[in-house]
Every structure is written in structure tokens, then in C-alpha cells.
Write a protein that binds this ligand. Structure first.
Ligand code: NAD
Length: 428
């Protein structure tokens, strides 16, 4: 198939490189010229395991190319919209990239001969494809959706760090469409991938993605809250989870207590759902609490640090880990960002280290933050250490000998850690 992909980010570039690897001809279109140059130079603009090799293979085999030119859509059969949908300050979803890309696709479709299919892969609030994408496509193409061109919603469930693996081994494939034939075409993209396929209408497919993320976030805040209670009772929540998680109805995944969830998806999708629910006249109390519990984890840790050090003014605090999870350089909504903001507000000197995310962090954090070249350099001469991302290299006991340590990610067994450092776990 000839495929165009809009957006060369995590979702777009992973989809594009994977589809090129399966033998399709793929053009990825991005408004960021730097990203276009990087991809055409056989490199990946984001750090993702195996992606650079997949991009390089795609470019070398001429199955993949990047461009800023939307007219390239004319030579394709299907267009996947994979642009970002960040949060607005009020929690609603910023749909400006969705609107702009839909308008641009619509303008090109005006000149397109034959049928075309447009697939929304970005995470959008239920109702967006029908209420925003389709009207923009129709207005700018002068054509009618589901008659002159097909529209589908095919949410992406990848996890950063293992995104390509997720693409080829999904738990399920969800395809929402209105006419059957469009969904069949989208399903062909997954030929050779073994996973249950769930066919729905467009709005249901949008909701499946939101509910998946809302449930994962709820599990995390649930276990963090339980951890906060356990800590006060002198119980290790990780031992509790061993006993609870073996119940097949519950499971153990996403029951790792810690500093809280971040990243580009869970916080903003949950905020988007809470916001749109309010607009519909319903207050989603449980989901609001999930967000509140999550935000409080960082505040709780800072309170523990203040209690220990008495006054943070002039104290040196080492922050190990800036990325929202290990094996990625993505710092969007990472708990470390808020922790550092609060530390600086209290007059602390912050020394930070992350194996991958420091270049991204520098562009958003206060210039007062100092960066170390290694974890050893970061922990040297500090008054306390906060572990905020569970990179493997932070599991090294030698880093913490004789230090005051606050573990936000369970990088150490508490009983063992207390033998060589002044140790506190955030929820255990
Ligand atoms: P991203 O920020 O990494 O990439 C988005 C890309 O779109 C950028 O390269 C940007 O330059 C480009 N872009 C923006 N406007 C454009 C336009 N008008 N035309 C062409 N290109 C444009 O975003 P992402 O992390 O890949 O997320 C994309 C969507 O997928 C979001 O809705 C997100 O919620 C969802 N999603 C993300 C993940 C994830 O783990 N990152 C997982 C599942 C779903």
C-alpha cells in the first residue's frame, strides 16, 4: 500500500518505520523541518529502542521518506494522522495540530483522484473525529466523508521504550469506522500481526483509548494511596501487592507504588477526559482524585525531604532521573520536573543526572539546575538524593553509601538499603 503518515513523533515514526519494514511505501509528513532532515538522514529524532535501525532500513530501501509537503498525500491510498494532542492549561485537549493537519489533508484531497482513507491515530477526546476532523476534511476538500473518502479511528497503545515491539505484538487492534470497507482497509495494515481485532464505530474507538489510559492511571494512584497508608502502618506495599496481584481478577501490572505517573499520555488523557466530562455536565470524581493523588506524590516526597533536612535553603539535593520512565529521553510531565520546581522554590541547589534526558531537560528546566556527567558525580557532596526514574544504573548500592536517600521508584529493597544509607521509600 502507499501510505502517508502525518507527524514524525513516537506514534507516527514508529508506525511509518514499521509499515515500511512490512513492505509498504510510506511517506511521513512533518511540519518540523529538523525532524524531516533527521529522518531522511537515516536517524531517529527520538530515542526509541530499534527505531533508528528501522528508519535507516526504510530510507535505504526507498520504502520510507520524510517531507514537509502535504501534496505527497496525492500519491498515497491512506493517511494516518499521528500529530500531538497536548493539554491546554485548563486540562482540555489542545486540538490545534489535529485541526491544522485535517485542513491540510482536506486541501490535498480536493485534487485527489480515486478514493482516499483518512485514519486518526492520535488520542483524541471522544467525538473529535466526527465533530472536528471530518468537518475540517469536508470543508477543505469539498467532498463528503464516508461517501467520497473513508474515515476511521485506530488508536495507538504503544509504550515508549518498547514502542516497536508493541507495534508488532499488540494486545488488541481497535478500529472504528462507519462503513465497514474503510475499517477493512485499515485492518489490512495489520496483516501478519496476530492480535484480536475489535471493530467499533469511530467514537467508541476514541473512548477505548481514553478508558485504557484512565484505568492504568487509576491503578497507579490506587496503589500509591494504598502505599501511603501502608507506610504509616509500617507495612511494605510491595509485599502486599505480591499477595494481592496473584488474584487473576486484579493482576500485578501497574501496581508499582512510587512517585507517580508522568509522560505524554496518562496525565493529559486523564485531564482531557475529566474536562470533557465536566463539559457534559458530569463531575468525574474518581478520575479527578486519581489526578490529585498523583500530583500529591511529589508533594509528599518534598514534605519528607523537608522534615529530614529541616530547611532546604542552601542545601544541595541530587535528583537521579529526569525522564518519566527508564529507557526513554521523554520528560513530558515527568515527576522530576515538578519536584525540581518545588526544590528550587524552597531555595535548594539542585544537581541532576539522567543517562538520556538531560538535553531535553535543559530546554525546560530553570538554568539554576546543575547537571552532572555521571550518577557518581551527581551524588557527591549532596545533602540528600532523590531517585525519580528507575534506570538500571541507579540500582547500584555503591551510589548511596552513607547518603540520605529518598527512593521514589523502588530501585532498592528497603531492608537492605537501610544497612548502608539513611533510606526512605516514598510509599513504603
Ligand atoms: P510527538 O509530539 O512525539 O509527535 C508529534 C509530531 O507531529 C511532531 O513531530 C510534530 O512536529 C508533528 N506535527 C504537529 N503538527 C503537525 C502538522 N500540522 N502537520 C504535520 N506534522 C505535525 O507526539 P506522539 O507522542 O507521537 O503522540 C501523538 C499522538 O499519539 C498524541 O495524540 C498522543 O496522545 C498519542 N499517543 C502517544 C503515545 C506515546 O507513547 N507517545 C502512545 C499512544 C498514543
Amino acid at each position: 500500500m502507499n501510505i502517508s503518515v502525518i507527524g514524525a513523533g513516537y506514534v507516527g515514526l514508529v508506525s511509518a518505520a514499521a509499515l515500511a519494514g512490512k513492505g509498504h511505501d510510506v511517506v511521513v509528513i512533518d511540519t518540523d523541518e529538523g525532524r524531516v532532515r533527521t529522518v531522511n538522514g537515516k536517524k531517529s529524532p527520538i530515542f526509541e529502542d530499534g527505531l533508528e535501525e528501522a528508519v535507516s532500513d526504510g530510507i535505504e530501501s526507498n520504502r520510507l521518506k520524510a517531507t514537509g509537503d502535504y501534496d505527497e498525500i496525492l500519491a498515497t491510498d491512506i493517511t494516518l494522522i499521528c500529530v500531538g494532542t497536548p493539554s491546554n492549561p485548563d486540562g482540555s485537549m489542545d486540538l490545534s495540530c489535529i485541526v491544522e493537519s485535517s485542513k491540510s489533508i482536506g486541501r490535498v484531497l480536493r485534487a485527489k483522484k480515486g478514493r482516499h482513507t483518512v485514519v486518526v491515530r492520535s488520542t483524541v477526546v471522544p467525538g473529535t473525529t466526527r465533530g472536528v476532523v471530518i468537518p475540517a476534511l469536508e470543508q477543505h476538500s469539498g467532498r463528503k466523508a464516508h461517501v467520497d473518502f473513508g474515515v476511521a479511528m485506530n488508536p495507538e497503545f504503544l509504550q515508549e521504550g518498547i514502542a516497536l515491539r508493541c507495534y508488532f505484538n499488540p494486545d488488541r487492534i481497535v478500529i472504528g469506522d462507519e462503513d465497514g470497507a474503510t475499517g477493512d482497509m485499515v485492518q489490512q495494515l495489520y496483516e501478519g500481526i496476530s492480535a484480536p481485532v475489535i471493530r467499533t464505530d469511530i467514537t467508541t474507538a476514541e473512548m477505548v483509548k481514553f478508558v485504557s489510559n484512565a484505568f492504568l492511571a487509576t491503578k497507579l494512584s490506587f496503589i500509591n494511596e494504598i502505599g501511603n497508608i501502608c507506610r504509616r502502618l509500617g507495612i511494605d506495599v510491595y509485599d502486599v501487592v505480591k499477595g494481592v496481584g496473584l488474584d487473576y481478577r486484579i493482576g500485578r501490572s501497574f501496581l508499582r507504588a512510587g512517585i507517580g505517573f508522568g509522560g505524554s499520555c496518562l496525565p493529559k488523557d486523564l485531564k482531557g477526559l475529566v474536562h470533557s466530562s465536566r463539559e457534559l455536565g458530569y463531575r468525574a470524581q474518581l478520575l479527578e482524585s486519581v489526578l490529585e493523588v498523583n500530583q500529591n506524590q511529589v508533594v509528599n516526597m518534598l514534605a519528607m525531604v523537608c522534615e529530614k533536612l529541616v530547611d532546604l535553603d542552601g542545601k544541595t539535593v541530587c535528583v537521579l532521573g529526569l525522564a518519566f520512565k527508564p529507557d526513554v529521553d521523554d520528560i513530558r510531565n515527568a515527576p522530576a520536573l515538578e519536584a525540581i520546581r518545588l526544590l528550587l522554590e524552597k531555595g535548594a541547589l539542585v544537581k541532576a543526572y539522567d543517562p538520556l534526558a538531560m538535553p531535553n531537560a535543559r530546554s525546560v528546566l530553570s538554568p539554576e539546575v546543575q547537571y552532572a556527567r555521571t550518577a557518581e558525580e551527581a551524588v557527591a557532596d549532596c545533602d540528600c538524593v532523590l531517585v525519580l526514574t528507575e534506570w538500571d544504573e541507579f540500582r547500584n548500592e555503591r551510589l548511596y553509601q552513607g547518603k540520605v536517600v529518598f527512593d521514589g521508584r523502588r530501585v532498592m529493597e528497603p531492608a537492605r538499603a537501610r544497612m548502608f544509607c539513611d533510606f526512605q521509600g516514598i510509599s513504603w
